[in-house]
Design a binder for this molecule. Structure first.
Ligand SMILES: Nc1nc2c(ncn2[C@@H]2O[C@H](COP(=O)(O)OP(=O)(O)OP(=O)(O)O)[C@@H](O)[C@H]2O)c(=O)[nH]1
Ligand SMILES: [Mg+2]
Length: 188
């Protein structure tokens, strides 16, 4: 018998670097810093230039949570209005989402309900994390407003900066914890 025949699914699972896998999506208005947050988190740097996302970007990151390793398939979507129809296709199968606004741009905060509705229509009641990004810039949306909104929608909230790195890892890890607790014992 050749060794390929004896390579069972169980053995394959033991060789994997991850124990769980989940698709998560990053959503919010254009220019709030979705791509910057993901790039900071996965690749560890910040680009001050704005390069509009077209459709979506895809990244992979493994995170350790206790004795488990969650493989995050991160879908960074395009916030520009014109990408609405294609965004809904990218949402499919998401187990969680990072909802981002720009603390220096009140319009992006006022649009939060739109984003919640859009993702819930496709993904149902998945865990969300609310992030007020660009904490390094002068504040135009008071943190209390972010806290209040998050409380009303029963989702965790934090302020972040893709530029300085503030709370970037923390936000994704918190999302990972929530996603894992919903996945329960299944691997995906
Ligand atoms: N000062 C500061 N600038 C930021 C921060 N995050 C993002 N930016 C800048 O804001 C601009 C938009 O950032 P992106 O990450 O491209 O925004 P986006 O949400 O992905 O935009 P779309 O792809 O169009 O939906 C860029 O010029 C970034 O460098 C931050 O935390 N602080
Ligand atoms: Mg982008």
């Amino acid at each position: 018998m050749c060794s390929a025949d004896t390579f069972t699914e169980k053995e394959a699972a033991q060789k994997r670097p991850w124990t769980h896998i989940a698709k998560v999506t990053v959503i919010g208005n254009a220019e709030v810093g979705k791509t910057s947050l993901v790039v900071r988190y996965v690749e560890g740097y910040f680009n001050p230039k704005y390069l509009m996302t077209i459709g979506s970007n895809f990244f992979v990151k493994d995170i350790e949570i206790g004795d488990r390793v969650l493989r995050f398939q991160l879908w960074d979507t395009a916030g520009q209005e014109r990408f609405g129809p294609i965004r809904k296709v990218f949402y499919r199968g998401s187990k969680g989402a990072l909802l981002v606004y720009d603390r220096a741009n009140p319009v992006s905060f006022e649009r939060l309900s739109f984003w919640i509705e859009e993702i819930r229509k496709v993904c149902g009641d998945i865990p969300l994390i609310l992030v007020g990004n660009k904490a390094d810039l002068p504040v135009k949306v008071a943190p209390e407003k972010g806290e209040q909104f998050a409380k009303e929608h029963n989702i965790p909230f934090m302020e972040s900066s893709a530029k300085t790195g503030l709370n970037v890892g923390h936000a994704f890890e918190r999302l990972g914890q929530l996603v894992l607790s919903k996945l329960g014992t299944s691997t995906s």
